[in-house]
Write a protein that binds this ligand. Structure first.
Ligand code: NAD
Length: 362
């Protein structure tokens, strides 16, 4: 029997509650698909800070690195906001994990399940069937570029500095991911930058064009300015298949697209590096306002596990089964509070887990 090592990092707030439902789905996959998951639990975020004095210990990092996939819940909470050293805040644990594993490719699907099409802020016909995959560069760009800082100006006043910086190698490696993903999906890539006003955008466009011509002519490539991409996402989002973009534009565009699909509680993500394990986590945070009350929607976490099955464990068939079960669950009318509407059935976190298990078993 194939056995996989999984590091499970539930984290803070609603993290432990939603990850408990993921464990149930994992157990189903073990039974139905003849694999075994060897789960090692670890601490990350505020809970790790309380236990170890750091938001991610060396031991947990080493365990995560040696595993086949890392499943995370969420980190953070008001009890640590502004009360711990900047370097030891909960989010620093997550940043350390991303940096140490060189997770440079952030995959964020924006999918609209049919049963939730009316929950979108756009009209049903614009979003029903929506299926976009954002491929966002995660390790470079303006969030990391040097020089950076806040400096005093000689004549008085201050200046804030950040630098948008991309090497050709960084652009090429993320573009590979986007083209490879497009080959497995709709065969189309929109590459979004601001080549009209930024040199980093000019280089981005040149390198993506070169790579496409050399290796991916079977994929349809279009370049789009990031501001126009934002407009098109709310005007006619279904025109997109894969959107390739940098760290900053990807942050903003994928958040905007996410809201087209209904709730934060529905959105999974994957971060991949070159070779090591991928990190799979819901897009939402630790939701301290509803933590510990059996109110959180576990679907984003369950769909993140489906991404792990597909991208780290090569179990696409099992991933399809989990995604189909989520679709069926929503069609059955089960809803946590975040996606509840008149006429549907309100359930808690574990009730949503029950409904997904029922759909998997039918
Ligand atoms: P949040 O995503 O935690 O919550 C925003 C709103 O969405 C809240 O009203 C919350 O109740 C709701 N929500 C989120 N996930 C939900 C779910 N699964 N089911 C139902 N409702 C859900 O964002 P926030 O309130 O801005 O941040 C709270 C904490 O989370 C902060 O400490 C922040 O730093 C942290 N955070 C962590 C991550 C991460 O771990 N990757 C991401 C974002 C925010």
């Amino acid at each position: 029997m194939t056995s996989y090592n999984i590091t499970m990092l539930p984290g803070d707030g609603i993290g432990p509650e939603i990850m408990a439902q993921v464990r149930r789905v994992m157990a189903w996959v073990e039974g139905a698909h003849g694999v075994s998951f060897k789960i090692t639990d670890g601490l990350i975020g505020g809970c790790a800070y309380e236990a170890d004095g750091v938001p991610l210990s060396d031991t947990t990092l080493a365990t995560a690195k040696a595993s086949d996939a890392i499943l995370m819940g969420a980190v953070g909470g008001p009890q640590w906001d502004g009360k711990v050293d900047y370097a030891k805040r909960p989010e620093a644990g997550l940043l350390r994990l991303r940096k140490d594993l060189d997770l440079f490719a952030n995959l964020r699907p924006a999918m609209c399940f049919d049963a939730l099409a009316d929950a979108s802020s756009l009209k049903r016909d614009l979003v029903a069937g929506l299926d976009i995959l954002f491929v966002r560069e995660l390790a470079g760009g303006v969030y990391f570029g040097e020089p950076r800082g806040i400096e005093d100006l000689p004549g008085g006043g201050r200046v804030g500095i950040n630098t948008q910086r991309y090497t050709d190698a960084e652009i090429i490696r993320i573009a590979h991911v986007a083209f490879d993903m497009a080959r497995k999906r709709g065969g189309r890539v929109h590459s979004a930058e601001k080549a009209n006003v930024m040199e980093a955008g000019v280089l981005w466009r040149e390198e993506v064009t070169k790579l496409h011509a050399a290796e991916y002519t079977d994929v349809k490539l279009e370049h789009i300015l990031a501001d126009n991409c934002a407009m098109q996402l709310v005007k006619a989002p279904k025109q997109f298949d894969v959107i390739l973009t940098d760290n900053l534009f990807g942050d903003i565009l994928s958040d905007a697209a996410a809201m087209l699909t209904g709730s934060l509680g529905m959105l999974p993500s994957a971060s991949l590096g070159s070779g090591g394990p991928g990190l799979y986590e819901p897009v939402h945070g630790s939701a301290p306002d509803i933590a510990g009350q059996n109110l959180a929607n576990p679907i984003a976490a369950i769909l993140s596990f489906a991404m792990a099955l597909r991208y780290s464990l090569d179990m696409g068939v099992a991933a399809d089964a989990v995604e189909a079960a989520v679709d069926k669950t929503l069609a059955s009318g089960a809803r946590t509070g975040d996606i509840w509407t008149e006429g549907t059935i309100r359930v808690g976190t574990d009730g949503m887990g029950d409904a997904v298990l029922k759909a998997l078993n039918n």
